[in-house]
Design a protein around this ligand. Structure first.
Ligand SMILES: *Cc1c(COP(=O)(O)O)cnc(C)c1O
Length: 396
């Protein structure tokens, strides 16, 4: 153990499931530990490093902005903020033209829930079984996993859960009292679950008929990861409110609830503000990130590279009996196994690749979309070796 791990264990939160690694540097799809060992990073902070670690465009923008002005409360106008807002609302689907800026995913969900309740004057929120929206009280109330919820009850009242991907289950929950339905276009945390093709459109129609709003949580699926700028575009659906975070700041904490102008303007002065919201440093990072995404056509890149990655995973799945399924879209993929993958992830890590997980048996891949062919191949080779070793270990 190094001093760093001891200090974090002694003085940091005990709540993070720690990997035994101290990362000190990153570039693109690669990170280095404190001993100089290199890893291809297919976890990328659960997708945060979508445009790569320490992307030069973001480094440059943040350095410049830090020298100019780091903080500027939202009660004043600021050039970096207005530039980011302009780019963000240009990047989101037509009709979503105003944003409540935040500092995280959970806060973006909080903002979306408050907007929906305020705008509709209703209180009920329908969320999805298997859904994940963050761990603050409002976001947690919309999150399905009992492990996250139960220790902290009572949660916010008014939330109920429908079966994900099932319109008849949703129809039973949505009433004249429903303020909003909240869903991920593809469920991330639960294991990369893609809904049936008619689902999101059907959900929007159910909401419209009941006068409820549809909140799509694009925090993990957005910014091009699935092969379109927003995953909801695959099914031609524009939500009433969209939540964004994770990669939007190029790694810097930043998020937003983007919505129709009439929804955002239902907030009265002072009803929902936050000290750091829209701070110039994060906004400069966000503007540089959106510029980069556009410049390189990140959605197109994710579609092409995702096809290659999915083929590689498919090969691993075909060649190993312990593999159950490959699923996902673009560079948001999962390899589900029939075994607990904890040791497999450690093996891969010792071998030089970092993978995330969903539950006990699913490898979750959210690599930087800028990963090179060589890095992707290296990651796949390491994963194949780890699956191989585990298969042999389980065969006895
Ligand atoms: C990560 C995530 C969140 C929560 O974001 P935090 O920044 O961790 O609060 C919410 N929704 C989805 C879909 C996510 O993937």
């Amino acid at each position: 153990m190094t001093a760093t791990t001891e200090t974090e264990d002694a003085h940091g939160s005990s709540s993070f499931q720690k990997f035994p690694l101290t990362l000190v540097r990153g570039s693109g799809a690669v990170v280095w530990d404190d001993r100089g060992k290199e890893y291809v990073d297919f976890m990328a902070g659960y997708g945060v490093a979508i445009i790569g670690h320490s992307n030069p465009a973001v480094v440059n923008a943040v350095s410049k902005q830090a020298a100019d002005l780091i903080t500027c409360h939202g009660s004043f106008y600021n050039d970096a903020r207005s530039s980011f807002l302009e780019k963000l609302t240009a990047a989101t689907p037509k009709g979503l033209e105003r944003a409540v800026l935040t500092n995280s995913g959970a806060e973006s969900v909080e903002a979306a829930i408050k907007l929906a309740r305020k705008h509709t004057g209703r209180s009920k929120i329908v969320s999805m079984k298997g859904g994940f929206h963050g761990k603050t009280y409002g976001a947690l109330s919309a999150t399905w996993n009992k492990k996250y919820r139960e220790p902290f009850e009572p949660l916010v009242p008014g939330f109920e859960f429908a079966d994900y991907g099932d319109l008849s289950s949703l129809a039973k929950c949505v009433t004249q009292e429903t303020a909003a339905v909240i869903a991920e276009p593809i469920q991330g945390e639960t294991g990369i679950i893609v809904p049936p093709d008619d689902y999101l459109r059907g959900a929007k129609e159910l909401c419209d008929r009941a006068g409820a709003l549809l909140i799509l949580d694009e925090i993990q699926t957005g910014l091009g990861r699935t092969g379109k700028m927003w995953a909801s575009e695959h099914w031609g659906v524009v939500p009433d409110i969209m939540t964004v975070a994770k990669g939007i700041g190029g790694g810097v904490p930043l998020g937003a609830a983007v919505a129709r102008a009439d929804i955002v303007s239902s907030l009265q002065k002072g009803e929902h503000t936050s000290t750091f919201a829209g701070n110039p440093l994060a906004c400069a990072a966000g503007a540089a990130t959106l510029d980069f995404i556009k410049q390189v056509n990140l959605p197109g890149m994710a579609a092409a590279k995702g096809t290659a990655l999915a083929q590689g995973l498919g090969k691993i799945a075909r060649e190993h009996r312990v593999a159950r399924e490959v699923r996902g879209m673009g560079m948001m993929l999962a390899l589900e196994l029939r075994i607990d993958i904890q040791r497999l992830l450690s093996r891969a890590m010792s071998d030089g690749a970092i993978f995330g997980y969903s539950g006990r048996n699913t490898v979750r891949l959210l690599p930087p979309v800028v990963a090179t062919e060589d890095q992707t191949r290296r990651g796949l080779e390491i994963l194949a070796r780890a699956v191989d070793a585990e298969e042999k270990a389980h065969a006895g």
